[in-house]
Ligand binder design. Structure first.
Ligand code: SF4
Length: 144
């Protein structure tokens, strides 16, 4: 089941709903803390890719932070930044297949990021920033 896709559609139809999805909140609770090194790698990647793709971080940087930490956690545990906003029966197999390694194929081909990490300017939740500091990530997600 694709939890994130359904929650994003719900968000798209009701902009007053907070953009942090149920699945992202679950992700914060359920995951072990990723290494600071991997968080930094994924933070830099996210800034660079936002600039390169002409996309922006969410107006709520907490959303951005949670996704970056989820990517970092997968980088630690799987060796690849598998998208953290999906359910997988076999994470290792998905990571080696590559379709959902960030930036995933839907993002590369159509600028579709269902995690709300990379938002096109026309998205209701797009902010105007393409940078996020390690401190912002720490502050908005608690310990690291
Ligand atoms: S670009 Fe794709 S893999 Fe990366 S966070 Fe967004 S949906 Fe997930």
């Amino acid at each position: 089941m694709n939890l994130q896709a359904s929650s994003v559609h719900a968000i798209g139809g009701a902009p007053m709903v907070a953009p942090r999805t149920r699945f992202q909140r679950h992700l914060v609770r359920a995951k072990a803390e990723p290494s600071e090194k991997s968080v930094e790698i994924m933070r830099k990647f996210s800034e660079q890719y936002a600039r390169r793709s002409g996309t922006y971080f969410c107006v709520d940087k907490g959303v951005t932070s949670v996704v970056i930490k989820g990517l970092a956690d997968h980088k630690d545990s799987l060796g690849a930044p598998l998208c953290p906003c999906r359910h997988y029966d076999d994470k290792a197999a998905e990571a080696s297949q590559g379709f959902w390694n960030c930036p995933c194929v839907p993002m590369r081909e159509r600028k579709e990021c269902h995690c709300m990490l990379f938002l096109t300017p026309d998205n209701d939740f797009a902010g105007d920033e393409q940078t996020i500091s390690l401190e912002e990530i720490k502050e908005s997600t608690g310990k690291m």
